[in-house]
Design a protein around this ligand. Structure first.
Ligand code: NAD
Length: 476
């Protein structure tokens, strides 16, 4: 399929931007632009909001069963685009093909399926003692998403918002905007009414702000950095809009003594901090090990590291592709230098050259001798950089785990009862214990500076609703 990525999707149609600005989409494995999208204007944003606002009352009145039927058709359409989705994530993000297929594509289909299935079972009306309490859509929702899981972050917002009767204006990241276009086409060809879903492309600092400031937008659902999240929330609150924020993380992985084999934990650790080149909000970037186990842990890590082959995302042998952009390369490089300045010891990896060679490649780095007070242990690096930190007691492990501004994700590996106890004590929205699987239906989101609100499952659907209580004695 050849696709015109230069248009915006507004009021059920692919339309030209009112401006002539372009934003290049760069392949991080070649450092060359290979596509471009429009640099959306204020007029584009306003047109999209107008369309969403006009469509919302009628969409809210469409019975849930009909909304579900349309969403099922959309998913069928999207499934037929799987190969294109995979190939676009290889190109725009630098994701190795196996990861693009499993995570950026198939897992997103499963998420959509899960929202569809749960939406049909939700109780949206309840009779209280003397009232009828109903959950209504919030209205017009601006969805602003980051570049690291280009389709995934969009799915987490647009699908539940629309299923719950809201209308949407999506602004995907300008760095990885292409798969969102395919999603819009899947909506269009499914026959959704005009204006229910709209997409503008452009820079966050301009177009994102324009959406957040528009008085017809009722809710802002944002995924991105904590810094931008705070700024954008202040603006949204000036207009008393609902906000939902999925932000950064600095997640701990606590290894407890008493397990026979720590190799499964190394596998989980590497998948979390090194796949997607470490550009994952939930990445387990701080490994906490008992002082007495440090040597054993480092040996296991060094043994497993060579399997994490860095290279061309098109090569089937590659596990770790390039970082997504020059800005990300420079940022991660400067944190690796900072780690050495702060006194951490590099156990694997290297300082990448100042000028990237052929693509934005960074070998996985493992730092030992890390103190939790160091900046490399406190700040989100968003690259393949692991900090190994030692602790003396379980109490200290919990203290260290909780001692960052963030609280998105965590994991504990150890004898089950103790591990669950530690999981309960960690201040994070998600905590994995041992080989506990990811549950697509569970609420996902952060404590502290990692966010406000939840995505996923029933909680993710209800995030896009608001309560109304109707008091009319005995009228139900
Ligand atoms: P970012 O904050 O720079 O940008 C996110 C989005 O906001 C982009 O679409 C961008 O164009 C837009 N934007 C930028 N400035 C804006 C402004 N002033 N007003 C409105 N919109 C604006 O984040 P990023 O670099 O794209 O993504 C990486 C960050 O996202 C990391 O911190 C990561 O942890 C976080 N993230 C969190 C989750 C989660 O679920 N908690 C998931 C993925 C990524």
């Amino acid at each position: 399929m050849t696709w015109d990525f230069h248009k915006q999707f507004i009021n059920g149609q692919w339309v030209q931007s009112t401006g002539s600005g372009r934003i290049n989409v760069v392949n991080p494995a070649t450092m060359q632009p290979f596509e471009w999208v429009s640099d959306g204007t204020l007029e584009d944003a306003n047109r999209a909001v107008k369309a969403a606002s006009a469509a919302q009352p009628a969409w809210a009145a469409v019975p849930l069963a009909e909304r579900v039927a349309l969403m099922k058709r959309m998913l069928e359409n999207l499934r037929t685009m799987a190969d294109e989705l995979v190939s676009l994530e290889v190109k725009e993000l630098g994701s190795p093909e196996f990861f693009a297929r499993a995570t950026h594509c198939n897992y997103q289909f499963a998420r959509i399926e899960s929202y569809i299935e749960i939406a049909q079972r939700l109780e949206l009306e309840s009779e209280y003692a003397e009232s009828l309490v109903i959950r209504e859509p919030v209205g017009v929702v601006a969805c602003i998403t980051p570049w690291n899981y280009p389709l995934g972050q969009v799915v987490q917002k647009v699908i539940p918002a629309i299923l719950m009767g809201n209308t949407v204006i999506l602004k995907p990241s300008q760095h990885t905007p292409l798969t969102a276009c395919l999603l819009m086409e899947a909506f269009r060809s499914a026959g959704f009414p005009a204006g229910v879903v709209n997409m503008t492309s452009g820079r966050g600092s301009f177009l994102g702000e324009a959406l957040v400031s528009n008085p017809k937008v009722d809710m802002v659902s944002f995924t991105g950095s904590t810094q931008v999240g705070i700024k954008l929330s202040q603006k949204a609150l000036e207009g008393m809009k609902r906000i939902s924020l999925e932000l950064g993380g600095k997640s701990p992985y606590v290894w407890l003594p008493g397990m026979n084999d720590y190799r499964p934990a190394v596998e989980k650790l590497f998948a979390s901090i090194f796949l997607n080149s470490g550009q994952t909000c939930t990445a387990l970037s701080r490994l906490l090990v008992p002082e007495s186990m440090e040597k054993e842990a480092l040996n296991l890590i060094k043994e497993a590291l060579p399997a994490y082959v860095v290279g061309d995302p098109m090569d089937p042998a590659t596990k770790v592709g390039p970082l997504a952009s020059r800005a990300q390369y420079d940022k991660v490089r400067s944190y690796i230098e900072l780690g050495l300045t702060e006194g951490a010891v590099m156990q694997g990896g290297e300082v990448p050259p100042q000028e990237p060679q052929g693509g934005y490649y960074v070998k996985p780095v493992v730092f030992s001798e890390v103190k939790n007070s160091m900046r490399i242990a406190q700040e989100e690096i968003f690259g393949p950089v692991l900090c190994v930190i030692t602790y003396k007691s379980i109490e200290e492990a919990i203290e260290i785990a909780n001692d960052t501004p963030y609280g998105l994700n965590a994991s504990v590996y150890g004898p089950k009862e103790k591990a669950v106890g530690v999981a309960r004590a960690i201040k994070a929205g998600n905590v994995y214990v041992n080989d506990g699987p990811r549950d697509i239906t569970a609420p996902f989101g952060g404590y502290k500076a990692s966010g406000i609100g939840r995505e996923g499952g029933a909680a993710g659907l209800l995030e896009f609703t608001q309560y109304k209580a109707i008091f009319e004695h005995g009228a139900y």
